[in-house]
Design a protein around this ligand. Sequence first.
Ligand SMILES: C=Cc1c2[nH]c(c1C)Cc1[nH]c(c(CCC(=O)O)c1C)Cc1[nH]c(c(C)c1CCC(=O)O)Cc1[nH]c(c(C)c1C=C)C2
Ligand SMILES: C[C@H]1O[C@@H](n2cnc3c(N)ncnc32)[C@H](O)[C@@H]1O
Ligand code: SF4
Length: 455
Amino acid sequence: MSTIDFEKFSKYSKPGPRYTSYPTALEFNENFTYDQYIHYLENAKEKLSLYVHLPFCRSACYFCGCNVVFTSKEKKLSTYIEYLKKEVDLLAQHIDTSREVIQFHFGGGTPTYYKAFELDEIVTYIKSKFPNWSQEAEISCEIDPRFFNEDQMKVFQKHGFNRISFGVQDLDEKVQKEIHRIQPLELTQKAVELARKYGIKSINTDFIYGLPYQTLETFKKTLELSTQLNPDRVAVFNYAHVPWLMKTQRKFDETTLPTPDVKLQIFQYTIDFFESNGYKMVGMDHFAKPEDELFGAIEKGELHRNFQGYTTKGGANLVGIGLTSIGEGERYYAQNTKDMKVYEAALDAGKLPFERGVKLSDDDYLRKAVIMELMANFSIDMKRVENEHHIDFKTYFADALEALQEFVEADLVTITEDKITVSTTGTLLIRNIAMPFDAYMKKYAQSKKSFSKTV
Ligand SMILES: C=Cc1c2[nH]c(c1C)Cc1[nH]c(c(CCC(=O)O)c1C)Cc1[nH]c(c(C)c1CCC(=O)O)Cc1[nH]c(c(C)c1C=C)C2
Ligand SMILES: C[C@H]1O[C@@H](n2cnc3c(N)ncnc32)[C@H](O)[C@@H]1O
Ligand code: SF4
């Protein structure tokens, strides 16, 4: 794979969305009203996917781009549970609670900053209000191995959790020190063993490339060591450096961040590494063992993308619960407030903590389908899009097809009569290749402080 001219590719390093949604979260606004949101909740019929955000962390990992509340006060954590319950009560008033729950996810923050009995209390309460959980439901939690014990694992087992994602990030000592996250491999190993002992069949580990002091050599070692964990899935995220949004990222000396060509080399190496170690690449930043259902989904064309990355459960109505959580229906996105005071005040007043969102126009709906197909399958079946959306693809997307020419000329994309296909090397630039289909991109073209860089 040494034939790629990474220096040349560096020119593609520009701000671009990660497309966990389309329109992106930057388009969420207050024109999408509370009443509209309620209307969607009350009329939706799809199966349910519940996302519960537990935002607290003990200390800051400086790279972190998630919505986090740092605290060491136990009272804050327990108060939040009381508010979550109020929110669940209100949701249950507006949602047909006989609808089947096919997915449940605890995200964070650090969900396991909560004690076992508190996690039990939260899940038990939600199950009491939304009782119809599918036998096949995917029930998962993000876990920081530094905060994880057997009592918590027992609670997860009791409630049928079948998927755990561990944050690892990087295994190099110098990198760990710089990102303010010391986490020896042995500690992660113990966490993984604990999950396996309790029958968790799908274990994911998260890594990030693009962090301070990472080089191709240090990352090779990290990948080598990661095999000792034998994860079923691995996510290797491109570090999203957005210091204008995330204060702790300002602690990094930007001259220590790897340059775009080094990042590309690292990621290309990562792809080759996992493919020669029995994993298959899934979407832009995941790898899965061939027996993992994520991989099976690609072959069946059932891989979908949402706020949690890639999933096999497409078409569900995602309901976001907790501070900053995002919900997604066929025709809308809805996000809760990011301000704890506002969150509490809304619930005290008997209202959902909904703040903003977007209702998808026909154009949004079509572009969402196209962009998500690209992000999930690295190809677009133009004929299928034409049949499903009643358009002439090449006319409707004339601008986008023209913009794709530079990728065609660089052998990164092929366009035939029926299909747009991204080459293996092109997958490194999938965000760039999706951008021409994004109607909002022009608006951001001038602004440097919007999205993280694609490379
Ligand atoms: C790998 C998982 C990540 C999640 N969020 C981020 C990462 C790296 C960080 C991130 N997400 C967004 C941005 C800014 C724009 C961009 O670079 O693409 C960054 C740095 C987009 C975004 N994703 C979500 C929201 C609400 C936004 C907009 C930023 C904002 O206003 O908050 C939703 C979301 N994505 C992730 C989580 C955990 C999450 C919400 C709970 C994963
Ligand atoms: C949920 C996962 O998101 C990843 N994560 C958190 N912050 C960032 C960021 N700024 N850039 C890329 N990935 C990030 C971590 O790998 C975490 O485990
Ligand atoms: S990476 Fe995880 S543990 Fe670290 S600050 Fe972010 S949410 Fe908290």
